[in-house]
Design a protein around this ligand. Structure first.
Ligand SMILES: Nc1ncnc2c1ncn2[C@@H]1O[C@H](COP(=O)(O)OP(=O)(O)OP(=O)(O)O)[C@@H](O)[C@H]1O
Ligand SMILES: CC(=O)N[C@H]1[C@@H]2OC[C@@H](O2)[C@@H](O)[C@@H]1O[C@H](C)C(=O)O
Length: 365
């Protein structure tokens, strides 16, 4: 009998909530039955961003915003249920990522806000969340978690494959037959491009990379960006807005003043180069690269990856049966199911933890 789970992803891009309804068969095989996207209003996005750096009254602001976010998560769940004409009792559990406002595995914690008790109350469905903390408690990075799901879904018995998610941050999964999975955050995905076009044009993102395509890459600025120690740091590693934000960029721009349009071109190139270098260094045998996440829609970025990786065929996960915008949310449905079944869902070879663990916390309805 099929079991239905809902996955909710609200990632570092802060664009909104991606929701999917996933049916699992008894063997764990899955099919996405529906998806739904609920954009955040600008003020929600601004409130999440304002919690990124330490600030006045932040505990109260984070807890209040967590309640607001639960409302959006519930709305996304209801959107799915309505479209599929389902009632809450048709769903085993919701897997909810929450909204990362701090990620500090070196300090022993990561923080995803979103009031999960309230989400259980609002939906009448079991809610699973806080998937990263247990891996950090076991000595890991707590991120990226999705490589375990990529392995389940996209690994091939004969072919070495690489999967790259381009969300706010980009992350690579290497799936080589007979070898341990490798996975880590490459660096900024869309996050800096989004922030820069928002500052200069008030837009949420640079559609298809069109503004970036009008500029020229500044070699000096690109070199200064690539000198960031994170890029050469050994794996396991993970990152976020804690490091890559407009303050990071402004420090570099103070030394390398650059026209705004050329900054956008250089940021796109940074994303492309760091992904390509991650593939060449950590997945050299992979002749197939599958993109997912919103950045897979960025035509200019994709073209740069094709040029930078001439020996690799670049496509996206839709080719493997899962549309690019569904992958991360589906991963959180899978994480919820693993928790409900008390099955491990972490890959210690990816995160650096001392062992595999059952991830997450459960809020029964
Ligand atoms: N047509 C497009 N052209 C360029 N960029 C796009 C396009 N469509 C979406 N994007 C980018 O994708 C982003 C959303 O991606 P996604 O939903 O994967 O992010 P996320 O869930 O926050 O991811 P993560 O958790 O991996 O950081 C947008 O903010 C935008 O930058
Ligand atoms: C701490 C955190 O929220 N990390 C996110 C972020 O967004 C992309 C990348 O950085 C990845 O490490 C992770 O999300 C995905 C879902 C993951 O854990 O695989």
């Amino acid at each position: 009998m099929n079991e239905r789970f809902i996955g909710l992803m609200s990632g570092t891009s802060l664009d909104g909530v991606d929701a999917v309804l996933v049916a699992f068969d008894a063997e764990g095989g899955l099919a996405v039955q529906a998806d739904f996207f609920l954009p955040y209003p600008l003020e929600v996005r601004a409130q999440v961003l304002s919690l990124q750096p330490a600030g006045a009254n932040e505990l109260d602001r984070a807890a209040r915003l967590g309640c607001v976010l639960a409302g959006y998560y519930a709305e996304a769940v209801n959107g799915l249920l309505k479209a599929q004409q389902l009632t809450p009792d048709a769903i085993c559990a919701i897997g909810c990522h929450g909204q990362t406002i701090r990620h500090a595995p070196q300090a022993g914690y990561t923080l995803q806000i979103g009031n999960l008790a309230l989400l259980a109350e609002l939906t009448g469905i079991d809610v699973a969340g806080d998937f990263r903390s247990r891996d950090i408690a076991a000595g890991g990075q707590g991120a990226p978690l999705v490589p375990a799901f990529h392995q389940q879904l996209f690994a091939d018995a004969d072919k070495a494959r690489a999967i790259v998610n381009i969300g706010g941050i980009s992350n690579l999964t290497r799936l080589t037959p007979g070898e341990a999975v490798v996975g880590f955050d490459c660096g900024p995905g869309n996050m800096l491009m989004d922030a820069w076009i928002h500052r200069h044009q008030g837009l949420a993102y640079d559609q298809d990379g069109a503004w970036a395509a009008q500029g020229k890459v500044s070699p000096a600025l690109l070199a200064a960006m690539l000198a960031e120690p994170y890029f050469a740091a050994p794996i396991p590693k993970s990152t976020g807005r804690d490091l890559f934000d407009l303050d990071w960029l402004d420090v570099l721009l103070a030394k390398h003043p650059t026209p705004a349009v050329d900054v956008q071109a250089t940021l796109l190139e940074l994303t492309a180069v760091t992904i390509a270098e991650a593939c060449l260094k950590h997945a050299p045998a992979s002749r197939e690269l599958y993109l997912c996440g919103g950045g897979a829609f960025n035509r200019v970025l994709r073209q740069r990856l094709v040029v930078l990786l001439p020996a690799v065929s670049v496509s996206d996960t839709a080719t493997l049966g899962l549309p690019v915008h569904q992958v991360e949310a589906a991963a959180f449905a899978w994480l919820a199911r693993q928790l409900v079944c008390r099955q491990n869902s972490s890959l210690p070879e990816v995160t650096g933890a001392t062992g595999a663990r059952v991830l997450g916390a459960l809020y029964p309805r």
